[in-house]
Design a binder for this molecule. Structure first.
Ligand SMILES: NC(=O)c1ccc[n+]([C@@H]2O[C@H](COP(=O)([O-])OP(=O)(O)OC[C@H]3O[C@@H](n4cnc5c(N)ncnc54)[C@H](O)[C@@H]3O)[C@@H](O)[C@H]2O)c1
Ligand SMILES: N[C@@H](CCO)C(=O)O
Ligand code: NA
Length: 433
């Protein structure tokens, strides 16, 4: 059979990993697919010293690749959303299949891209877009397709998890660890995407659509990053038996779907509490299977390239299949996506860890507990600490589950007390059993 011809656009971290795996594992890949996969052309602004591209046709204009009649599959690895969207839509218009690692593109423009791909009978594969090397898209879309998904929760940003781990285990400074994550090729071009939770929200948006058969709704995903978590929060949480992890959580309730990304206290004994460094992991609870866990490197050239190449193999295997028999882009048939509501944050119910600074004076604690109780919030535990040479002391309160709306009202009232200094730090608590 004649080879499948691939055009790679973007030869950075992921592009180089993809190229090198295709070269290194060519023989095995041919044995798996039944035909060879060759790199027909590369579109790149500059060469990548980690790749031997001798004898490969390299163009500086990525649209040459999208318009190259020889290319069967376009591999989009330039990142960003404006040029990438134009590139992908052009390639689809030309009847090419797409493989991409670009979660921003899929989360924000996936509905449009899938519609066009469906009309043209081409595939768009994006395993590398969520949790790098972990086959979580395939797991949800195919492996767990017999289940109603109850909830999923994951550590889905490698850079953020790497920063939190290095800070809490080695006491390193935030900026220093972020710089290392950038040098290692983990971080997004704009690292605020990692640190402020936007990248995780892109990924959660994609996972939720595949889990529940709903259109991609990035704008409705609640997004909070790791930048305001302090070493003190981590140490109080540890003292109470918890780890703080940055999680993406999607849960189906009777009222609608919860879609939220935020730092979360989870029991130190929970499996996810032990996922450290650049590692990612996603727990999925299906009604038939129960809880499952997928774990592996969430970023980096070869782990991400592993997913990109697996997608290329998948597309190569089904190139000639009748498009109506392929696995749908969002796991459910395109005309079967539902308009199930995404719940506003006010409606979410969970426990809270509150860390505040108060005047060390009689009656302050009583005022705070009174406010919590008025708002229907019951306390699970309290830590109050002396601080030498200061009458401002930390107070940490853990609450039982309560609606976010009640907690907002309570926090506003607590912050208005004259004996409470500054803002109340709130971190949500989840029981992932
Ligand atoms: N780095 C990771 O670990 C990782 C993991 C999963 C997904 N991703 C995603 O993969 C994509 C690529 O990320 P990366 O880390 O490889 O980025 P990168 O910056 O290392 O590589 C991108 C490359 O594309 C090139 N490029 C950009 N625009 C171009 C254009 N118009 N024409 C030609 N070349 C162009 C850049 O010069 C660069 O070499 C992004 O969407 C990212 O979110 C990255
Ligand atoms: N910047 C992303 C790359 C993988 O998607 C991360 O750190 O997880
Ligand atoms: Na993946």
């Amino acid at each position: 059979m004649k080879p499948v011809k691939v055009g790679i656009c973007g030869l950075g971290t992921v592009g180089s990993g993809t190229f090198n795996i295709l070269q290194e594992n060519a023989e095995e890949i041919t044995r798996r697919v039944g035909r060879s996969i060759v790199v027909e052309q590369i579109g790149a602004r500059r060469d990548n010293p980690t790749c031997d591209t001798t004898d490969i046709d390299i163009t500086r204009d990525i649209f040459d690749v999208a318009n190259n009649p020889e290319v069967d599959i376009i591999v989009e690895l330039i990142g960003g959303t404006s040029v990438a969207r134009e590139l992908v839509l052009t390639a689809i218009e030309n009847g090419k299949h797409i493989v991409t690692a670009n979660k921003a593109l899929i989360a924000e423009y996936g509905n449009e891209i899938f519609e066009k791909a469906q009309a043209k009978g081409v595939m768009v594969a994006f395993e590398a877009a969520v949790a790098g090397g972990i086959p979580i898209i395939k797991t949800l879309r195919e492996g767990l397709s017999s289940n109603k998904i109850e909830w999923l929760a994951g550590i889905i940003n490698g850079t953020g998890n790497f920063i939190m781990t290095e800070m809490s285990e080695k006491g390193r400074a935030f900026d220093d660890v972020l710089k290392e994550a950038q040098e290692l090729g983990y971080a997004e071009a704009d690292p605020t995407f990692d640190v402020e939770g936007i990248d995780a929200a892109h990924k959660l948006t994609i996972l939720a659509s595949i889990a529940y058969g709903i259109p991609l709704q990035f704008e409705k995903t609640y997004t909070e990053g790791i930048s305001r978590i302090t070493a003190e929060d981590v140490s109080f949480a540890q003292e109470m038996g918890y780890a703080i992890k940055h999680l993406g959580i999607a849960r189906r309730t009777k009222a609608g779907v919860e879609l939220r990304v935020h730092p979360t206290l989870i029991s130190k004994k929970a499996l996810l509490a032990n996922v450290n460094g650049v590692m990612n992991a996603v727990m999925v609870k299906g009604d038939a299977v129960g809880p499952t866990l997928t774990y592996g490197a969430g970023a980096g050239a070869l782990p991400t390239g592993s997913s990109v190449v697996a997608d290329i193999i998948d597309v190569a295997r089904t190139l000639t299949a009748d498009p109506t028999n392929r696995v749908p882009h969002l796991a459910f048939q395109a005309d079967q996506l539902s308009d199930e509501a995404i719940l506003p944050m006010d409606e979410i119910e969970c426990g809270f860890f509150l860390n505040m600074t108060i005047q060390d004076r009689a009656g302050v604690l009583a005022n705070i507990t009174q406010i919590l109780s008025t708002n229907g919030i019951s306390i699970e535990s309290v830590i109050q600490r002396e601080r030498e040479g200061s009458d401002l002391v930390p107070l940490v309160v853990m609450t039982h589950d309560v609606k976010e709306r009640n907690m907002n009202a309570a926090i506003a009232a607590i912050e208005a007390l004259p004996d409470v200094a500054g803002a109340v730090q709130r971190i949500r608590v989840e029981n992932l059993a």
